[in-house]
Ligand binder design. Structure first.
Ligand code: GLP
Length: 288
């Protein structure tokens, strides 16, 4: 099936109808083999004016998923693209009724994509610290309901396996939000990367360390050279994926991810094998 990169403004079919049970419930999940056996799919594309509008929309779906269908964990991402999402989430959360806020807190369970190897959760540069600041504190969540791999363990490979097992025990991911790296990575699945890889310890490329240096005083040498990342397998087994992209710097990689045939050289291109992907992007990321 030929995939085409068609811009639509159709409202995606989300949040799900709570009266319709999920196909699979926690404990019943079996990981599908993530391949293109099911064909290539065109993503639904929601084009919004700017990063702020993108943040508002994604935050709305995150909250809606916790209120309407919280049975499976959320998959969360970090990075600059996500900052307006968490800012909007905090704002929208504050507008909810007390009863709704309580439900969101009680029903919260999220797994972040990745964490740097060597950083403890108390290190302000860690993704755990980012989530504490941007999510746990404003929503007053139980810290235990916002899960990330531990970056400071003695055995990162064992930690990756523990994290993957914990996610599997919860039934896998429900709604996954993803950013996209300039080299096409999702999570920290750097190219080359096939769709079958699972949670593991990965080496970060020089370009990714450059891109993330902003959180390390601008010095790429300070960025850890390894991370623990969920693999494409866990990501592609999410029930629904929101790929979030803002800014003209993402336009080229976003276009290639859905225009060209899926390839290990551009890990995000494997998202074409997933039937429920929505790209939520601003005009700049969609080429203006
Ligand atoms: C990273 C993260 C990803 C993120 C991507 C894009 O390094 N591991 O989860 O989506 O890069 O980052 P940004 O949003 O800062 O451009």
């Amino acid at each position: 099936m030929q995939t085409s990169f068609v811009i639509t403004t159709k409202e995606p079919n989300w949040p799900p109808d709570p009266s319709k049970p999920s196909a699979r419930l926690p404990g019943q999940a079996t990981l599908r083999k993530a391949t293109l056996e099911g064909g290539r799919h065109s993503p639904q594309i929601l084009r919004l004016a700017d990063a702020e509008a993108v943040g508002e929309q994604v935050a709305h779906w995150l909250l809606a998923s916790r209120l309407a269908d919280p049975r499976l964990p959320l998959g969360l991402a970090t990075g600059r693209t996500m900052e307006p999402v968490y800012a909007a989430l905090a704002h929208q959360f504050a507008q909810l009724s007390a009863a709704e806020r309580q439900r969101v807190r009680q029903q919260w369970c999220s797994f972040n994509l990745d964490e740097y190897v060597g950083l403890s959760p108390r290190d302000p540069r860690s993704f755990a610290a980012t989530m504490a600041t941007q999510l746990v504190t404003p929503l007053q969540l139980e810290a235990e309901s916002v899960l990330l791999p531990r970056g400071d363990g003695a055995d990162p490979a064992a930690e990756a396996m523990r994290y993957a097992s914990l996610l599997a025990s919860k039934g896998g991911l429900g709604l996954q939000i993803l950013g996209i790296g300039a080299n096409g990575h999702v999570g920290f699945n750097e190219p080359p990367c096939g769709p079958e890889v699972v949670c593991r310890c990965v080496a970060l490329t020089a370009s990714t360390r450059d891109a993330n240096a902003f959180a390390f005083g601008g010095d790429p040498a300070q960025v850890p050279d390894q991370a623990i990342s969920l693999g494409l397998n866990e990501i592609l087994n999410a029930r629904r994926i929101l790929l979030v992209a803002t800014g003209g710097a993402k336009a080229e990689v976003l276009r290639r991810a859905f225009e060209q045939s899926p390839t290990a050289d551009l890990p995000a291109s494997w998202l074409q094998g997933h039937p429920e992907v929505t790209v939520v992007a601003d005009a700049a990321a969609l080429g203006g």
